[in-house]
Design a protein around this ligand. Structure first.
Ligand SMILES: NC(=O)c1ccc[n+]([C@@H]2O[C@H](COP(=O)([O-])OP(=O)(O)OC[C@H]3O[C@@H](n4cnc5c(N)ncnc54)[C@H](OP(=O)(O)O)[C@@H]3O)[C@@H](O)[C@H]2O)c1
Length: 272
């Protein structure tokens, strides 16, 4: 299933910043035509201009993914403007929410599920019939270690990423015979500002700490490689890979380590 990405049409959500920006640039370097999707026009224009300056090809599609019912029209608009159907879908856009379970409003859960799970699902449903008909497609769902083992104070985000993981597992088997690969891609911690933008609800003193960050360009190259030579799941971050093993073999040890990490900022503040 390996191959060139030249001239392929790629739709990247979350293309205005962080990992999505770097993924878009990395696909463009491979000769792919990139449809850049996110809400904010100006950052999208900057990413498009960076790609055009480097002699790549990209178009912007400002769109709010909470407009779920309009997603089929977004995909139609991309198909028209790019001169062909979406062949590679990268579901990268996401939001977070922090708060203890009893303090977090239902709206925070709904919003996380909508942006991080329902919107990627609607995009998949919109592009899948075409991919099946052509016998080729790639769907990359950017998830998180929190989707494999939920984090305290981040249940809404963790639940939404767990749902996306489950969707990928079902879909991968359903479409495998049609030349479509589904990759669950967990990038690990990155200093993109995502963490800082997460709203905190209720009494939570501190968000789960962000540690051992990786560069977005390195992560993006790995995502593009996973598109060329698909694997079921890529977990880039060592602690998340270790967590996966511990969750099965030593679940109590894993919970102890997570609880220790969760308490760390307060402990460090006390000793400062
Ligand atoms: N950063 C980390 O440490 C980390 C760790 C594990 C997993 N991840 C995952 O990696 C992915 C990328 O995260 P990042 O760190 O690059 O975050 P980021 O810089 O905050 O990027 C998030 C992107 O999503 C877009 N977005 C958010 N809400 C949207 C909406 N309603 N409609 C359309 N677009 C929307 C944002 O663009 P606009 O604001 O312009 O709409 C932005 O481009 C996410 O799936 C995240 O869960 C990140």
């Amino acid at each position: 299933m390996s191959g060139t990405l030249a001239d392929r049409i790629v739709l990247v959500t979350g293309a205005s910043s962080g990992l999505g920006r770097e993924v878009s640039r990395a696909f463009a370097r491979q000769g792919a035509r990139v449809a850049l999707v996110a809400r904010r026009d100006a950052p999208l224009e900057r990413v498009r201009d960076e790609i055009l300056t480097a002699r790549g090809r990209a178009e912007i599609f400002p769109f709010d993914l909470t407009e779920i019912d309009a997603i089929p029209y977004l995909v139609e608009a991309v198909t028209r403007a790019m001169g062909g159907p979406v062949e590679i879908l990268v579901n990268d856009a996401a939001i977070g929410a922090a708060g203890l379970v009893e303090d977090s409003p239902l709206a925070a859960y709904r919003r996380c599920l909508e942006v991080n799970f329902v919107a990627p699902l609607a995009l998949i449903q919109a592009v899948l019939p075409g991919m099946r008909a052509r016998g080729w497609g790639r769907i990359i769902n950017v998830t998180s270690g929190a989707g494999r083992h939920a984090l305290p104070g981040a249940s809404a985000y963790s639940a939404s990423k767990a749902a996306l993981n489950a969707l990928g597992e079902s879909l991968r088997v359903e479409v495998a015979a049609d030349g479509i690969a589904v990759v669950t891609f967990s990038p690990g911690a990155m200093a993109t500002g995502f963490h800082e933008r997460i709203p905190v609800h209720g009494r939570l003193a501190k968000k789960f700490p962000l540690r051992w960050t990786r560069r977005t360009d390195t992560v993006a190259e790995r995502l593009v490689a996973a598109c060329r030579r698909p694997r079921a799941e890529v977990i880039m971050w060592g602690p998340a890979r270790l967590g996966l093993h511990l969750a099965y073999w030593q679940p109590r040890l894993l919970e102890w380590l997570i609880a220790r990490e969760f308490a760390r900022p307060a402990r460090e503040e006390r000793s400062a």
